[in-house]
Design a protein around this ligand. Structure first.
Ligand code: HEC
Length: 98
């Protein structure tokens, strides 16, 4: 086998392997896909409990909206400017009737 084709095989191997690696990383974040409000949630909703609270419950859009205000009432410190993006993110990505 020529050196060139070994190099080529190696490149294919690397490409496939990094693809798999990338996909498994994505799967771990599947519950919280990239999007506006995601980082704010990671900050605001982990002050008192884990993110498991968010993935464990099955809430519809209205219930998510209520939940956010409920958390604020419990003392969650959320910037007013972030309220809408947090609510929208939860509704678009986690609600049962999305
Ligand atoms: C000030 C503390 C605090 C913060 C910050 C907070 N929560 Fe909570 N959350 C609680 C408490 C207390 C409970 C109820 C007790 C428990 O289950 O641990 C709870 C429970 C929940 C539940 C479960 C409700 C159920 O029906 O079982 C959800 C969903 C939830 N929180 C969502 C959020 C979201 C979304 C955020 C961010 C916007 C957030 N929480 C931030 C205190 C907080």
């Amino acid at each position: 086998m020529k050196l060139q084709s070994i190099k080529h095989l190696f490149q294919i191997f690397l490409f496939t392997f990094s693809g798999l690696y990338f996909q498994s990383g994505l799967m771990a974040q599947e519950a919280f896909p990239e999007g506006e409000g995601r980082n704010e949630i990671f900050v605001a909703c982990t002050q008192c409990h884990g993110l498991g609270h968010l993935t464990r419950v099955n809430l519809n859009a209205q219930e998510w909206e209520n939940a956010v205000y409920d958390m604020v009432a419990r003392g969650a410190s959320i910037d007013v400017d972030d309220l809408d993006s947090i609510k929208n993110y939860l509704i678009n990505n986690l609600s049962t009737d999305r």
